[in-house]
Design a binder for this molecule. Sequence first.
Ligand code: FAD
Length: 320
Amino acid sequence: IDKINNGLAGGNVVFSFEFFPPKTEEGVENLFDRMDRMVMHQPAFCDITWGAGGSTSAVTLDIANKMQNMICVETMMHLTCTNMLVETLDGALDSVKSNGIQNILALRGDPPHGQDKFVTIEGGFSCALDLVRHIRAKYGDYFGITVAGYPEAHPEVIGEDGVASEEAYQKDLAYLKEKCDAGGEVIITQLFYDTDIFLKFVNDCRQIGIKVPIVPGIMPIQNYKGFLRMTTLCKTKVPAEIMAALEPIKDNDEAVRAYGIHLGTEMCKKILAHDIRTLHLYSLNLEKSVLGILQNLGLIDFSRVSRPLPWRPPTNSKRT
Ligand code: FAD
């Protein structure tokens, strides 16, 4: 939050990159190399996701610790309550704390694969609000806490017609305010492709007294199938003109990526024009699209990357 506030106070646009834990050791090595290159563009922070149901907990913890101490970037680790005993959550929090990480994205999480409803395990938490309260109660102000926000309401309350009822949307907003009142200092949103929905959401949050930065989560379209999978999973509204633009190029990955950069740039321009100067870029562990958008916006300049690489062991050595 300090980095966001300082950036905004200095009149800057604050941006950040999200990554997920790769499945193989080689993938992790590649990710660190990519992060090194991306971090040279000076994001305010980078974050690493927590696999559904804690499935990646060991890898996520390891990557988070190395991001903070080896890549040397301000790091935020996602943490979900699904299938996690309080002692296990504390184990993760103690581990990142001992490694100097000060930022947590506190989430409920989705049901584990094969289960369609979230079920609270015995001795576990039932929602992100429980986790936010717990972190504040046990760790005081040590952690900066971010929470998730849903411009179209949480997918669980989005109906067959693709929209949430006004009542469900308002309930979701009121609950988001509770998460902020309990200690959430930043909101990062679910991906969206209709920028007007995001702008309305920000306005609605402000109307009910949510004052914290609301950071739009921007996911550049990088390939057609992945885009369809993600928007279906998250029940994201896709404006007709986007589908129309994609239809003739859907089998051409290069053209889809170029369109994704163009669309992402236009979305960000509109957001920035409304004086919202924070951007969170879902990188999907790839650099071209997110850097392409930032370059189009004039926020990074490849010819002026001067940050020396932080110390790294030779790439063929085993990381411990
Ligand atoms: P909550 O904030 O607990 O809310 C879930 C839903 O329940 C909302 O509709 C809320 O309104 C409702 N609700 C809960 N409690 C109450 C209450 N007391 N009163 C009223 N309504 C209530 N998933 C992962 O597994 N790993 C990740 O790393 C990850 N990262 C994410 C990052 C972002 C930015 C976002 C937006 C989502 C991420 N997710 C991740 C997905 C997330 O875990 C799911 O969307 C999950 O279903 C909800 O998590 P939450 O923290 O938003 O839940």
